[in-house]
Ligand binder design. Sequence first.
Ligand SMILES: Cc1cc2nc3c(=O)[nH]c(=O)nc-3n(C[C@H](O)[C@H](O)[C@H](O)COP(=O)(O)OP(=O)(O)OC[C@H]3O[C@@H](n4cnc5c(N)ncnc54)[C@H](O)[C@@H]3O)c2cc1C
Length: 368
Amino acid sequence: MRLVVVGSGIVGSACAYVASSLGAQVTLIDAGEPGQATAAGAGIICPWTAGIDDPAGYAFACAAARAYPALVAELAGLGAADVSYRLVGALVVTGREDQLEQARAWLDARHAENPEMGDVRVLTGAAAQRLFPPLRPGLPAVHIPGAARVDGRKFRDALIRAARRKGATVRAGHAVLECRGGRAAGVRAGDDLIQADAVVAAAGAWTPAFVEPAGAVVRVTPQRGQIVHLSLGSAGTGHWPVILPADSGHYLLAFDDSRVVAGATREPGTGFDYRVTAAGLSEVLAQALAVAPGLASATYLETRVGFRPAGPDSRPLLGPVAGVAGLIVATGLGAEGLTMGPYAGGIAARAALGLEPDIDLTPFDPLR
Ligand SMILES: Cc1cc2nc3c(=O)[nH]c(=O)nc-3n(C[C@H](O)[C@H](O)[C@H](O)COP(=O)(O)OP(=O)(O)OC[C@H]3O[C@@H](n4cnc5c(N)ncnc54)[C@H](O)[C@@H]3O)c2cc1C
């Protein structure tokens, strides 16, 4: 079974790893487009607060978060010692008593179905600040111990290395879908034709253009996100929780190298305009400093820009394309793609190999 996977973001990398583990002869190809979402993504894994209003999408995100630890262990078994995934917990912070109570009740109601979120409880402002020192004093929080974070770049690279170890070929290039007799026959990359029995389109926000030669219309658009990286010198930030202000879509999280990440803008309608803008930078920094004034003296490191693949609703676009044999789409993960990506990639791999899917793919029809 020859499989071409187009796009080596988190979805395509996971797909290539799972498919090569299942014995497929995999070629993973990436065009190196500026604005890969995986390379810019914050890396919060906390689907229970993500406000996904669609039941199938919510169940998918929860299953994906649940599947992470086993995959991390599997990658460790293949030599990937540090893939950056860590259960650091999350704090939903708010100065308003009613919002605090609302957040706690919301999480309590979902706990029975998702016990992996851990025992949720309310913390005083002082207790919250002990966990995340730059936080504004006197800001109480709801603590979710089961939330995690991951560095998308490290996790993607670990998946690609694991795929290579399983025999996958990894190459750079812009792939153009090759269709013959109503089926996906492979891709063209420069002068090469890479023939395949199946093609997985995991090209993120670029997927609509990639599947166009098949006459398929995939309703995904780029949603720009600008996200700021700060350094706190030598502070030990590796176990700091994710900060989720209850009254905004912005957030903070931390990594091992004294790095705090403040995100992010959500900008539909920008197309693939890969720029840091004055308004974007100002919005992200203002929101970050409002909730964590202790970051005011941090060193500014960089702003990353990525294009979230935003679908028509909050469900992934995932599965075989009706009417085009051998073409599988795996995208539309929007703002939750680092959470759902590895799981979605695995499902796409099994679909490409003609194996029974783990879940009913009907709600995820990529042409809806
Ligand atoms: C600022 C920001 C913050 C985020 N924070 C979070 C978060 O905290 N938690 C979370 O769960 N998710 C988060 N996300 C969302 C997540 O990053 C994305 O949903 C996810 O990374 C999408 O992965 P992907 O593999 O589908 O696409 P991408 O990572 O965009 O990869 C697509 C790849 O396809 C390649 N490609 C395109 N066309 C072609 C072609 N014709 N031939 C070959 N290659 C091609 C591109 O070069 C690219 O590398 C965030 C995103 C952004 C931008």
